[in-house]
Design a protein around this ligand. Sequence first.
Ligand SMILES: O=c1ccn([C@H]2C[C@H](O)[C@@H](CO)O2)c(=O)[nH]1
Length: 132
Amino acid sequence: MNNDPLVQAAIDVRLRAYAPYSRFPVGAAVETADGRIFAGCNVENAAYPEGTCAEAGAIAAMVARGGRQIHRVVVCGGTDAPCTPCGGCRQKIREFAAPETPVSMVSAGGTVLLVRTLADLLPDSFGPDSLT
Ligand SMILES: O=c1ccn([C@H]2C[C@H](O)[C@@H](CO)O2)c(=O)[nH]1
């Protein structure tokens, strides 16, 4: 087990995922600069491309509560292989996180399988600062 509340949030929310097509439920949790935790799960759709990822749900929940800075991310894919964020989610995290922000991939039991920084996952990225 793991007593990190961010890990537990990702594990718990994964159980609420709606993934009838892929049968691959995912949970994600983000922690903001002020220590708040927001969680999200994947929500699939019969029109497949309309499905949304767990990370997108967690980020939307954060923004809806006024959060703007992600300090940590945890993703739980339920398998013993790390569930790394898809390319689109890496870019979504990039909008609100610094290059050194850790992204941890955990098992359903809370074992940390892999930790990468955002810059590891998305090198030479395009972000808000690129537009100024
Ligand atoms: O980091 C990830 C990887 C995959 N998925 C979802 C998308 C889809 O619903 C299912 C299979 O790809 O897993 C996520 O939510 N987050």
